[in-house]
Design a protein around this ligand. Structure first.
Ligand SMILES: [Mg+2]
Length: 145
């Protein structure tokens, strides 16, 4: 048995070209620890009211200027209270206008993921193991979100 190619796998998708074009220009940005400082870790579904991480707004502006579409992802967004909290926070601090792709709790199709809990894979599994250890030992942001 051979695995299907990307095109075969998505043959049933009516709008594959649009989906692919969207993927190629989407940057997915984690919320806690990337846009929101998450200074004291998890305090409930609604984010603590604190200003964005320095440079976060400029990064989102840059994405829009480069014609990327920003999607924000967070497990907070898997229920209404958390999603509303994120949206209110983005609006309050002038970031919502840069988030064209919305807010999701799932992994969105994207060309790049910006995440404080990510370990990049570049073909070296030992480097990945070390990356996991570093994140485990340096757990400064509380539980991953
Ligand atoms: Mg995070």
């Amino acid at each position: 048995m051979t695995l299907p190619t990307f095109v075969e796998y998505h043959a049933g998708d009516l709008d594959l070209e649009r989906w692919w074009n969207k993927l190629a220009r989407t940057v997915a940005v984690d919320y806690d620890g990337v846009l929101h400082p998450y200074t004291d870790g998890w305090k409930g579904s609604v984010p603590v009211d604190e200003p964005p991480v320095p440079g976060a707004k400029e990064f989102l502006q840059w994405c829009v200027q480069q014609r990327y579409e920003v999607v924000v992802f967070s497990t907070r967004a898997d229920h209404a209270e958390g999603l509303a909290g994120i949206l209110a926070w983005l609006l309050k601090y002038g970031l919502l206008e840069y988030v064209e792709g919305g807010v999701t709790h799932t992994k969105p199709p994207a060309i790049a993921y910006v995440d404080d809990r990510a370990v990049p894979y570049a073909g070296d599994w030992e480097a990945v193991r070390q990356g996991v250890k570093v994140l485990t030992l340096g757990n400064s942001h509380g539980p991953a979100t």
